[in-house]
Design a protein around this ligand. Sequence first.
Ligand SMILES: C[S@@+](CC[C@H](N)C(=O)[O-])C[C@H]1O[C@@H](n2cnc3c(N)ncnc32)[C@H](O)[C@@H]1O
Length: 261
Amino acid sequence: MANSEETKIQAQARAVAMEKTWDSSFQEQVAAAAYNTAPVEILVRTLAHHLRPRVKPEDYRRLSFLEVGCGAGPNLIWLAERGIRASGVDISTTALDLARRHFKERHLESQLENLSHGSATALPHADASFDGVIESCVFQHLARADRIQAFAEVVRVLKPGGVFVGHMLSRRHSTYGSLHARELSDDPGTILLQSDKVSNKFHLETIGLSHFFAAAEFSTLLAGCAMVDPLEATYELSREESKRRGYDRYLQAMWVVYAIK
Ligand SMILES: C[S@@+](CC[C@H](N)C(=O)[O-])C[C@H]1O[C@@H](n2cnc3c(N)ncnc32)[C@H](O)[C@@H]1O
């Protein structure tokens, strides 16, 4: 079999596996009433600061934004509430059903351009379609080839001058610190997270492939953007709280990646 054909088949197999994993994760989250319904604060704050000096609030309705891996849609709802036209893509149909329901409950359907079932690696949108693309905790779970492709897709669908805000794991995270000996030899920063301590699939410790990004990766992944500015946001649990949750030390460390095409 030709190499490119084999790569394509492997990519399709990964997409099928990802769809199964995320859909069952969402079903578990629905049953436990534990899926995310709040906008990711640091992401929406970054967007608000980007928009404030550039666009008058009455002109937000001219903007069209996409969220890759939109889940139940809280970030899209934040955009829609400000008048921005919102589109989402997700690999889980359960997540998309939740997002659709939340738009309906808030009477924001007219702000919703489309919700598509698809993969971050092959966005169903034309080149230069969006003024902004957002992502939170999606690209960190993609295998290397898919991760590279997903960032390239972001750049492809952004209009020149469009903004990208992404939110993803940093290598300073204590989970990486304690498990980095297990990172994949052909993909530094990537660990297959599995634990017999926690049984649910939506916990970081059991979520499977997770990539902890280093700052230097973003300029390559977002080549094609005129400006790439990753900012690290951290918080540390107190020693007592860390212990109570079963850790020696717990430091959450995430990148907020701000880029302009
Ligand atoms: C951790 S959740 C975050 C959801 C949402 N961004 C939020 O902030 O609430 C990750 C989301 O990415 C979706 N996802 C995972 N892999 C994907 C892929 N390859 N393409 C599109 N969506 C994907 C999952 O179905 C899930 O909804």
